[in-house]
Design a protein around this ligand. Structure first.
Ligand code: PAF
Length: 282
C-alpha cells in the first residue's frame, strides 16, 4: 500500500494507473475506519483494478458548534486496517493541502436538503459536495463507494454527480450492522455501556416500520410506533429527527408504491447516531 500525503504525488500515481488502463475505485472516508468502511473497500476491490481510499476529516462539512476538533482520529490504526483490506493508495491530505486558498466559487446543495441533516446542519452538504468535487477531480475514479447508512448524503451526491456529468458511477453499499442490528459508525465509541445495549432498538423499530409501510400506509401511526419502541429504553436520549419521505427526492410522500425512506437521528449523551430504512426498490 502506498501512503500519499501530497497532491502532486497522487496525480502522478493516478496518471500511471490511467496510462496502464487500470480501473480505479474510490472510497472517500473521514477515517476511524470500521466494518462499514471495510465493506466499501471490499466492494471497490472486487470491482476495480486499483483502490484509492482517502482519509480526511473535512472541516467544511462541520458547523461551528459540531465535533470537528473532537471527531475520533487514529491514523496508525487506520493505516493497518487499510493495508489489511487491500487498499492500494491511501491518500492522507492536510487541511492546507485540500483548501490552500479561499474558494473563488462555492458549491451549494439546493434540493434533497431541506429536511433532516440538510436542514439541521446548515452548510453540511455544501461541504460534502465541495470536498467530493475536489477528490473526484484528483482521483478520477471509475466508481466511488458510499454507505447506505447516510441515505441523504447518498441522494445528494447522486444528484450532484448526475447534474454535472461527473464521469463516474456512485456505488451504494448496504449498511453494515453489529450482531444486534446497531449500524456501525465511528461515533458508536461515544456510547456508554447502557446506551450501547439500548441503541439496537433503533434498527428494531425501523424494521417493524418497514412492514407497516407495506400494510398500514399511515405515516403518523408508523412514526408514533417507532417513537414508542425507542422511548421504552431507560437511557437519556433525544430523537433529533424521525420522518419519512419519498426517496431519493426527500419530498413529502405522495405515492406509497414508489421508494420511501424512513430516517432517524438519536442523540445520546455524547453520540449522535443516524439510521434509515429504504422501502421499495432503489
Ligand atoms: O461520509 C463521509 O465520511 C464524508 O461525508 C465524506 C463522504 C468522506 C466526505 O467528507
Amino acid at each position: 500500500m502506498k501512503i500519499i500525503r501530497d497532491i502532486e504525488t497522487l496525480k502522478l500515481a493516478i496518471a500511471l494507473h490511467k496510462k496502464n488502463g487500470r480501473t480505479i475505485g474510490f472510497v472517500p472516508t473521514m477515517g476511524y475506519l470500521h466494518e462499514g468502511h471495510l465493506a466499501l473497500a471490499k466492494a471497490a476491490n472486487e470491482e476495480n483494478d486499483v483502490v484509492v481510499m482517502s482519509i480526511f476529516v473535512n472541516p467544511t462539512q462541520f458547523g461551528p458548534t459540531e465535533d470537528f476538533e473532537s471527531y475520533p482520529r487514529d491514523e496508525m490504526r487506520d493505516k493497518s486496517f487499510a493495508e489489511e483490506h487491500g487498499i492500494d493508495i491511501l491518500f492522507l491530505p492536510s487541511v492546507e493541502m485540500m483548501y490552500p486558498d479561499r474558494l473563488t466559487a462555492t458549491i451549494h446543495a439546493k434540493r434533497r436538503v431541506s429536511v433532516l441533516d440538510g436542514a439541521l446542519r446548515e452548510g453540511h452538504f455544501d461541504g460534502v459536495l465541495t470536498v467530493l468535487a475536489k477528490f473526484f477531480h484528483l482521483v478520477q475514479p471509475d466508481s466511488a463507494y458510499f454507505g447506505q447508512k447516510d441515505a441523504q448524503q447518498v441522494a445528494v451526491v447522486q444528484g450532484f454527480v448526475a447534474d454535472y456529468f461527473f464521469p463516474l458511477v456512485i456505488r451504494i453499499i448496504p449498511t453494515v450492522r453489529e450482531e444486534d442490528g446497531l449500524a456501525k459508525s465511528s461515533r458508536n465509541v461515544y456510547l456508554t455501556e447502557q446506551e450501547r445495549k439500548e441503541a439496537s432498538t433503533i434498527h428494531e423499530a425501523l424494521l417493524k416500520a418497514r412492514n407497516e409501510v407495506v400494510e398500514l400506509r399511515d405515516q403518523a401511526g408508523i412514526l408514533a410506533n417507532i417513537r414508542t419502541i425507542i422511548n421504552r429504553n431507560r437511557s437519556h436520549k433525544k430523537i433529533v429527527y424521525l420522518d419519512m419521505y419519498q426517496y431519493p427526492s426527500f419530498e413529502a410522500i405522495e405515492d406509497w408504491e414508489k421508494p420511501i425512506v424512513i430516517a432517524i437521528c438519536v442523540q445520546y449523551s455524547k453520540a449522535r447516531l443516524i439510521d434509515n430504512e429504504i422501502i421499495g426498490g432503489v
